[in-house]
Design a binder for this molecule. Sequence first.
Ligand code: AP5
Length: 214
Amino acid sequence: MRIALFGAPGVGKGSQATFLSQNQGLEHISTGVILRSALRSGSDVGIEAKKYMDDSQLVPGHIVRVLAEEAITRNHYDHFVLDGYPRTIEQAEWLSEFLSEHEAMLQCVVNLVVSNEIIVGRLSQRRVHIETGENFHLEYKPPPSGIDPELIIQRKDDLPESIFRRLEVYQKQTHPLVDYYKDKNLMVEVDGVGTFEDVHARILSTIYNFAASE
Ligand code: AP5
């Protein structure tokens, strides 16, 4: 299975990709996670990306393209869920070209839909484990009590001003992909509101119904 999870910052792409990875055995490929790991390691890519991430802007496509293609290649072009890639029409074109070279076209793009009001609530209360990168939510998925509270941090781009900037960037640069993938008959919409488990079940049934209708 080769799918992409699509949607605004905070709709739940990372959380749902983790469920798909655990329950369906798909490799979770998140360009955000890869970039943050490059940043922590102090690599040239990380240093370059930091300038854009700190400013809540998209990292230049040529950087992200290489990282995404390396991850897909490592996974032998199959059994993956993309999270946060592609984010522009240009990236979508690159991805399509790359996957078609390996006869492994994307099978479905799941558009998670959640209102901006809910997104702001989710992102402003998200906390992350500094070492494992695991995501928590102060209300819906609080960090377990055994964890050293100093290891639980708030992402810089989850501060209120950054959240609004990321939503603007999404609207301008990423949202046009909705029509792009609808035109290609690849996009399915899933309501992202509800418990983690409800949304997961909705995604699974939507993907399988979509595959059966093809
Ligand atoms: P990235 O890390 O991908 O950030 P994002 O797309 O903005 O997405 P988020 O991680 O903020 O949210 P999410 O949708 O994964 O939601 P989550 O599951 O965590 O990218 C960061 C930066 O890297 C970008 O700004 C950019 O600079 C750069 N970048 C990355 N990819 C790039 C690309 N392709 N091109 C260029 N630049 C790129 O959930 C959010 C919170 O809500 C969590 O606390 C979670 O616990 C909670 N939650 C989730 N689902 C539910 C639910 N059903 N009920 C209750 N709470 C929930």
